[in-house]
Design a binder for this molecule. Structure first.
Ligand SMILES: Nc1ncnc2c1ncn2[C@@H]1O[C@H](COP(=O)(O)OP(=O)(O)OP(=O)(O)O)[C@@H](O)[C@H]1O
Ligand SMILES: [Mg+2]
Length: 586
């Protein structure tokens, strides 16, 4: 059995002086797609920006799986710091799956996922091993990281790895709340991904999964004559656990199988036999081969184990189970309806904005390779949308690895090392973001409850007023950070060692003028600093008393998946050691 010791990789080897001082530093970009059911990693390095490699050669006893492009997001704690992970987890082992989703607070999970037996099993597994979701994710990420660094080292050489700075891009679902990103960063940190390196500090950025999928898809389509400026596409990431999750199809099939076998016979199978049966007959059998054309029946043999000892003496062949095409369709349909509804909505949104339907609907993700899904999306668009839309489904591993490859393309394009010409021109904000402030009280404009007396300034003010710096639906360019000026007032005898500013968000459009129930906390920015109050500029109130005014800026940079914040004081960006961004969970 392949065991993995949870150990830290030493990547802090010294770099010769002339390399350390050189301004031209080598960089290795690593894209990590930690998925609900499978995870994939791709990479490239400075001189090979257009050549993205996908990690394979997983450690496993099962040789047929070792060269797959992704590895299961599965973990089994064995005690004494040892684990099995990915393909090395035996089929019958008590194991942790679906733990990516545990990064979210329960109330943020979709209703059907919240109630799913898989989530309950994952929570129970963590409880029994006394681990938090972040800790378990950190262990998995460490195993994945160590494996990838070993494979990259074997492929590009130890010297290049040692001399290269790392830029790691992790992908996250687009609709996840912002706190998930800081939790994933924490897990990456515990996993040792951000450990000190002589070649330079490792950079970790995040990218939304659909954006990564779209970038990889366009890179795969680059150079095609049929694509021209202004064409629009809908890229659909059909994975294992998300909104378009194939595991719901799996669950429906297993329930059907149990019914057909009668529960008693199902119970006679060992966990390993059940897993093998589902893996061979469903995962790698019917699920992949099923299509709309087949109006046949689907049968497979059941193992001997489901026969009672006396039955074994009398029967001459293995028992069989048979499904009609209609039954199999029944397992697929609820998820396919969801996917079709989503595509329909997106295509109508494109039509509304550009007055034309998207040219292509492109299916990616593991389930995006499903034949039956492909046929059903084509039928739906013919009925509900337009025959001119073409549905594309690439063959092979490309659609399955789109997310991790897209993460690498994105970082290599923004670092300027890549050969890919894909650039994101505009990104649309999903919410409005803002800060609250107080201002002169105006009885015609402000609510009575917001009125307060500012002793230091000797004036009536209105608090909880909102200033929205980024509106929902606005284009957010990656290159143009938004700066916002903040003021704080102090009496001369006050001390100031820390400041806290709050960022709010709302999905209500237009956003309200004041902090009300639809305005949610996004995060607080905590800035540790020591400022000599008496050195700050002064103002004088109506009583002739002097007070001090401090001004600083908060800079917001919209990156691939969320917003990054920095504090600027006296024209200087404050170090990340002094500024902490704490995301609100609700
Ligand atoms: N050829 C295929 N036909 C049908 N289903 C497939 C095929 N190949 C992979 N799948 C299914 O795709 C799913 C895995 O896809 P993927 O790796 O994109 O998901 P994930 O990234 O783990 O999930 P998520 O993106 O939701 O977090 C599995 O349910 C697998 O059975
Ligand atoms: Mg995925």
């Amino acid at each position: 059995m392949v065991l993995t010791k949870i150990a830290e990789l030493d990547l802090n080897e010294s770099v010769p002086d002339q390399v350390a001082k050189s301004s031209i530093r080598s960089i290795i970009i690593i894209g990590k797609d930690f998925g609900t059911t499978f995870s994939g990693v791709a990479y490239t390095w400075s001189t090979k920006g257009d050549k993205v490699q996908v990690i394979t050669s997983w450690d496993t006893d099962n040789y047929s799986s070792s060269n797959e492009e992704k590895t299961p997001s599965a973990l089994s704690f064995l005690g004494e710091g040892q684990v099995n992970w990915g393909y090395s987890v035996p089929k019958d082992a008590d194991q942790l799956k679906w733990f990516k989703l545990l990064l979210l607070d329960e109330e943020d999970l979709p209703e059907d996922v919240k109630a799913s037996s898989r989530i309950l099993e994952a929570r129970a597994y963590l409880r029994s091993h006394n681990r938090t979701p972040i800790e378990a994710i950190a262990v998995y990420l460490r195993c994945l990281w160590n494996h990838c660094i070993q494979r990259i080292t074997e492929s590009v050489s130890k010297t290049l790895v040692n001399y290269s700075k790392f830029h790691v891009v992790m992908t996250l679902p687009a609709i996840w709340p912002d706190y998930a990103r800081s939790r994933m960063r924490e897990a990456a940190n515990i996993a040792g991904i951000l450990g000190p390196r002589a070649a330079g500090e490792t950079e970790l950025t995040f990218l939304s999964e659909p954006e990564a999928a779209a970038i990889a898809t366009f890179a795969d389509m680059e150079g095609r004559q049929d694509i021209k400026a202004g064409d629009t596409f809908v890229v659909v990431d059909c994975g294992g656990g998300g909104l378009c999750g194939a595991v719901f199809v799996d669950e429906a099939f297993v329930n059907m199988l149990k019914d057909k076998m009668q529960p008693k016979k199902w119970d006679m199978l060992s966990a390993e036999t059940r897993q093998r049966l589902i893996h061979d007959e469903w995962e790698h059998g019917i699920k992949q081969r099923f299509d709309t054309k087949s109006n046949k029946t689907w049968s497979f043999n059941l193992p001997w184990e489901c026969l009672a000892p006396e039955e074994r003496l009398t029967v001459t062949s293995l028992p069989k189970v048979t499904f009609t095409s209609k039954e199999i369709q029944g397992a697929f349909n609820p998820v396919i309806y969801k996917i079709n509804r989503l595509i329909h909505r997106q295509a109508l949104a494109v039509m509304k904005k550009h007055n034309v339907y998207p040219k292509y609907v492109i299916l990616v993700g593991g389930f995006g390779r499903c034949k039956y899904l492909f046929e059903r999306v084509k039928t739906m668009k013919n009925h509900l949308l337009s025959e001119d839309i073409e549905v594309l489904q690439a063959r092979g591993a490309d659609p399955w690895t789109a997310i991790c490859r897209g993460a690498v393309f994105h970082a290599s394009a923004s670092t300027g090392i890549g050969g890919s010409s894909i650039k994101i021109g505009a990104r649309i904000s999903r919410a409005s973001y803002g800060t609250s402030y107080f201002t002169d009280w105006d009885p015609l404009k402000h609510q009575e409850g917001d009125k307060f007396w500012s002793d230091i300034e000797q004036r009536w003010c209105a608090k909880r007023q909102m200033d929205w710096f980024l509106l929902e639906g606005e284009d957010i360019s990656t290159k143009k950070p938004i700066k916002k000026q903040f003021f704080r007032i102090f009496s001369p005898d006050e001390k100031c060692t820390a400041l806290r500013e709050t960022i709010y968000l709302t999905t209500i459009s237009p956003p309200p003028d004041r902090v009300e129930s639809t305005v949610k906390l996004l995060c607080s920015i905590n800035w540790d600093m020591v400022v000599d109050i008496l050195s700050l500029p002064t103002r004088t109130n109506s009583l002739g008393n002097v007070y001090h005014v401090m001004s600083f800026e908060i800079e917001m940079t919209c990156s691939g998946s969320s917003i990054d914040f920095a504090v600027i004081y006296n024209g200087k960006r404050q170090g990340s050691k002094n500024v902490a961004v704490e995301y609100s969970t609700r």
